[in-house]
Ligand binder design. Structure first.
Ligand SMILES: Cc1cc2nc3c(=O)[nH]c(=O)nc-3n(C[C@H](O)[C@H](O)[C@H](O)COP(=O)(O)OP(=O)(O)OC[C@H]3O[C@@H](n4cnc5c(N)ncnc54)[C@H](O)[C@@H]3O)c2cc1C
Length: 336
């Protein structure tokens, strides 16, 4: 068993590809900052990639005390082999107490592999993180049993305590240019011929421009929209607002919209400034994906629909009348 007192500080992995950083790393720095202050320990960003020195500086401006930077050719593309080897080596050298990784495709791949090599535990796909007051151990919260229960999982006997956390759950701290911190450069190399996977082609996931997780305005429709054809009224409202179309799973199951539009527990977690839930009842699995939205506006004919309990503004009525009126009013405002 690890000597627990050897392990100090909270780490956050800053994921990038081709030098472009994924937001989730910076989002995690905000929650990790709070936890590090509570525990009175350091918060360290781990930046791995090619040409990512700027990301290390940015991580400090978003809340890290310092950053560990591994910048080399073999990390330009994600590969499980090279990334797992480098992260494992860093953990063995510096011994962090906790290590948070974004639950992106790559994070979900590399996180468990690193945890396994280090013989520690990892809680996957978390939606909240806190500290147990009595023991100081990290409490990783994640939905379970189809989202009907939230499980709190702890890793008291092994270090580091690891978790992957969904993108969009936490808001980034404001970028503070005045923050300074040390950037520790590490040389870790992995022979390219030992990388067992090869990237042959890159197919953009955001088919049809559905960048839900980065969108500031999302107009989502649910089963109440009634048909694939009637989604035109949702699309028109989204267009006039410069937003992106989302939907509930019921809509995907009915074949009205492709799965890339789905918001919720088994779809995308989103964090827009404005979220319209139109003809969506507000099932817990849908709400799991929208809790980081700044403002939620619900339109539903049922005044008792659960969506109204989380909405900031609610309109009770028939969406077929309300949505076209809203579109007209927003268009008039835009043009006037
Ligand atoms: C493991 C698991 C994972 C899941 N993951 C997801 C997920 O990621 N995302 C997700 O959304 N769901 C998910 N679900 C499904 C979820 O439980 C609900 O079934 C789903 O969200 C319901 O979709 P809905 O709100 O569109 O439909 P409904 O629950 O049928 O609600 C339709 C709403 O439309 C209103 N309405 C009807 N007609 C009108 C009208 N003319 N004008 C105004 N309002 C009207 C109704 O009053 C009703 O409130 C998951 C379920 C499970 C078990």
């Amino acid at each position: 068993m690890a000597n627990l007192s050897d392990y100090k500080n909270i780490w956050v992995f800053i994921e990038s590809e081709h030098g472009k950083v994924k937001n989730v790393g910076y989002e995690l720095l905000s929650v990790a900052r709070k936890l590090a202050d509570e525990k009175k320990c350091g918060l360290i960003a781990v930046v791995l990639g090619k040409n990512v020195e700027k990301a290390a500086k940015d991580a400090i401006c978003y809340g890290a005390d310092s950053a560990i930077l591994v910048d080399s050719d073999e990390y330009e593309e994600f590969s499980t082999d090279a990334y797992a080897a480098a992260l494992t080596e860093l953990v063995e050298k510096y011994k962090p107490e906790a290590f948070m990784i974004g639950a992106t495709h790559n994070g979900r791949d590399v996180g468990p592999r690193v945890a396994c090599r280090l013989q520690t535990g990892l809680t996957a796909d978390c939606t909240d993180i806190s500290i147990d007051e009595d023991t100081g151990v990290i409490v990783w919260t994640r939905p379970t049993f189809g989202g009907n229960l939230m499980a709190n999982i702890m890793c008291p006997d092994h270090r580091p305590q690891m978790g992957t956390v969904r993108p969009g759950v936490f808001k980034k701290n404001p970028y503070d240019e005045s923050r300074t911190g040390e950037i520790i450069k590490e040389e870790i190399h992995f022979a390219k011929d030992k990388i067992r996977t090869r990237l042959i082609d890159r197919v953009e996931e955001i088919a049809g421009g559905v960048a839900l997780d980065e969108a500031e305005i999302i107009v989502s429709g649910g089963r109440g929209v009634g048909s694939a054809e009637n989604f035109a009224i949702i699309e028109e409202l989204a267009k006039v607002l410069g937003g992106v179309v989302g939907c509930s799973r019921a809509v995907v199951d009915a074949g009205w919209m492709p799965q890339v539009h789905q918001v919720g527990q088994s779809g995308k977690t989103v964090a827009p400034k404005l979220y319209f839930a139109i003809g969506i009842s507000g099932a817990i699995q849908h709400l799991a994906g929208i809790s980081a939205s700044d403002t939620v506006i619900a339109i539903n004919k049922d005044p008792d629909a659960p969506i109204f309990s989380v909405a900031d503004y609610g309109i009770v009525g028939n969406l077929n009348e309300i949505v076209p009126e809203l579109t007209k009013a927003f268009a008039a405002r835009k043009n006037g």
